[in-house]
Design a protein around this ligand. Sequence first.
Ligand SMILES: [Mn+2]
Length: 321
Amino acid sequence: MYEIFIKKILSAQKIAIFMHINPDADCIGSSLAMYKYLINYGKQVDVFLEPGNLIRKNLFVYPNISVINNSKPTKYDLGICLDCATVERMGKNSANIYFDRCQDRIWIDHHIYPYIIEDSIIETTSASTSQILYKIFKTLDASIIDKEIAFCLFGALAADTGVFSFSSTTAETMAIASELISYGIDNNYIVDKIYREKSICEFNLMVESLSKTQFFYDNKMAVITFLTNDFVKTGCDIYSTEGIINNLIEIDEVILAIAIAEERENVYKVSIRSKDPFDSSAYARIFGGGGHKNASGCKFKLPYEKTLETLVKTACNFIKC
Ligand SMILES: [Mn+2]
C-alpha cells in the first residue's frame, strides 16, 4: 500500500507542499506534519500557501508554522498537494507552481471527487488528511515520526472530526489518535488551543450571527450570514467564522445548515453541514463546490439575496419538502 508515494519520495530531493485557500486545522496540520517528516527523512522542503490567505490565530500553536511561505518558489522534483477538494481550491499561484514547476506530483486527500485525479491517494473514508498521512508515514518509515509530527497530525485529526464526534470518526480514527497520544503530546492542550479557544471578537461574531439565524422548510434548513458589516462591528474577519455553523446542525430538527460569509461585494463563501441522508457533497457540487457527505462548501458570485434564494430553492429537492 502507498507504493505510489514511496516511489515518488525515494526519487525526489527537493519537495514542495501545497495547501488549500482559507486553510483549516487539517490542512495546516497535515502540511506541517508532512514538512517535518520529510525534513527528518533528509529532504529539502518548501511549504506554500496561496498569497493573500491568512492563517487563523489558533493555528499558530502548530510547531514549525513559520516555514509556510518562507522561501521563494524554484523548481521541484516533487509537489505534494494536501487536503484540496478541487484544483481551484489550491489557488492560482499554488496551482501554477504545482503543475508547472514540479517535475512529479502527488495529491493526497479525503474529499469526494466526481472525477479521477491522477497521481493521487484519495481515501474518502478517512476522517482527515492527517489520518491518511499517519498511515503513509508508518508504511515508509515509522522510526522518524516524532512528537512534533504527532502534535500536527493529532490537531488536524481532532479538528476535522469535531473532536471525534462527526460521523467520519471510525475505529481506525480512534486507534490512530491513541497511537499519536502515545508520542507524549498534550492532547487536551492541543484540542483547547486548536479547536475550542475563541477570542472575544469571535464570541461577539457568534452571538451576532446566531441571533439572526433564518429557518426554512419547517426548521429542516437553517442559515446564518456573515456580512462585511458584522466583521467591522465585531473586529473579526472571515477566518473567525469557522465552527459557528456547528451550532445550527446541533438543533434536532435541522438536517441542513448553511453559513454564508461575504468575502467581498457579491462574492460569498458558503459552508454546508448536513445530517444523513442529506448528501451535502452532492448539493455543493451543483454550485461547483465539493467536500464530504456531511460537510462541504462552495462559492457564489451573486448578490446576497440571489445566493440565499438559490441555496434555499435547490435544497428543496434534497429535503423533499
Ligand atoms: Mn480535511
